[in-house]
Design a protein around this ligand. Structure first.
Ligand code: SF4
Ligand SMILES: [Zn+2]
Length: 117
């Protein structure tokens, strides 16, 4: 059974992919591998391409998720610690808002059932 951390890392990866595909279509991108997060890759993730900004944000958010000291982890927006810097916090909320709406419109409620921001 997949761990909660792995599940959240996959969700973060999906959020970043959707955001970058739709908002940064014209930017230079490089292949980004989910194995960087210690995850096995599914076929979609093998061809995941991200711009530098989304790559930085995803890696920052993944590090915070892996290092989260709270168990059970609350939704970050309800957290008393708020471990993100204000800049990254603002960026991840934009990505969550856009990609969460996108997933709902495309019937992927299963992916955001554990929506955590
Ligand atoms: S904001 Fe709070 S819940 Fe979210 S990763 Fe940081 S410490 Fe954990
Ligand atoms: Zn991007």
């Amino acid at each position: 059974m997949k761990s909660k951390v792995d599940r959240d890392l996959r969700l973060l990866t999906n959020f970043a992919r959707i955001y970058c595909d739709n908002k940064h279509a014209s930017l230079d991108k490089t292949i980004w591998r989910s194995s960087h997060l210690g995850l096995s890759e599914n076929s979609r993730e093998k061809s995941l391409r991200l711009c530098q900004e989304c790559r930085d944000l995803l890696e920052y958010a993944a590090t915070k998720r892996k290092q989260c000291p709270l168990d059970p982890k609350p939704m970050c927006k309800k957290c008393r610690i708020h471990c993100y810097s204000s800049d990254y916090r603002s960026k991840i909320r934009n990505v969550m808002r856009f990609s969460g709406t996108y997933m709902i419109k495309h019937g992927r409620l299963d992916l955001i059932i554990h929506y955590f921001f």
